[in-house]
Design a protein. Structure first.
Length: 233
């Protein structure tokens, strides 16, 4: 009996530490958790993903060139998460949106705008009302992809209507953060890098130093649930 009491006493004053989840491909360790079970699942799903993003320079991060930037390696399966909506003739402005996620009553929209060779590109992720988004897409001439842009359209075509829609939404990040499903719910994966802007306004992400997983809601702002960071040496 005394032996059992001694074990209980030791457990009380020396509690077992929970095992931190890791993003193996990036060398990140869990630094914050709102829900331990969910964060372990998120880490497992993203463990081998390289956190590629569109509009990065291709030569400074391995395996992030070309179409790879539009996919996330989720649980060992490449899943396309960005889909083109509209691009002007020269690719100076692009609008994409999130696909394949359990969004309900809202859309996640990605915006890229060229601002000069020696200035950072505007790169943003927004949550918007689905009806608002659909209404903007119905305005003539409607969405035109890069492949369809055979005739010149002014850069500011429908820009005011699009900007008004964004103002009614929620800005989620200053990068193109993909949305993945975790336990049937949509979560945004926001990346933070050690890097720099280069010629053409492209971003060189030399090293991913933090990933934050945020739960998305229709009627309230996103909530951070998990964070994975580089461990200090």
């Amino acid at each position: 009996m005394k032996h059992i009491q001694l074990i209980a006493f030791c457990l009380l004053f020396f509690p077992q530490q929970s095992i931190s989840a890791e993003i193996a491909a990036l060398g990140l360790t869990q630094s914050y958790s709102r829900d331990a079970h969910l964060c372990r699942e998120a880490a497992a799903l993203l463990s081998e993903d390289n956190a590629c993003r569109p509009h990065n320079t291709d030569n400074l991060m391995q395996k992030c060139g070309g179409d790879n930037a539009f996919f996330v390696l989720v649980g060992g399966t490449l899943i396309k998460v960005f889909e083109e909506v509209a691009t002007n003739e020269y690719g100076y402005t692009e609008v994409y949106h999130s696909i394949g996620s359990s969004l309900n009553g809202f859309d996640v929209v990605y915006v890229q705008r060229f601002q000069g060779d020696r200035h950072p590109r505007l790169v943003e992720t927004w949550k918007v009302n689905s009806s608002d988004f659909d209404n903007v897409l119905k305005i003539p001439p409607g969405p035109i992809t890069y492949a369809q842009a055979k005739s010149f359209l002014p850069r500011e075509t429908n820009a005011l209507e699009f900007e008004d829609m964004l103002k009614r939404g929620e800005k989620l990040s200053d990068e193109w953060s993909p949305v993945i499903d975790i336990f049937g719910e949509p979560y945004l994966v926001e990346r933070e890098c050690s890097g720099e802007w280069g010629y053409g306004g492209y971003y060189a992400c030399n090293k991913v130093i933090k990933l934050t997983v945020k739960k998305l809601f229709k009627d309230k702002n996103a909530v951070p649930y998990c964070q994975y960071s580089k461990t200090k040496k």
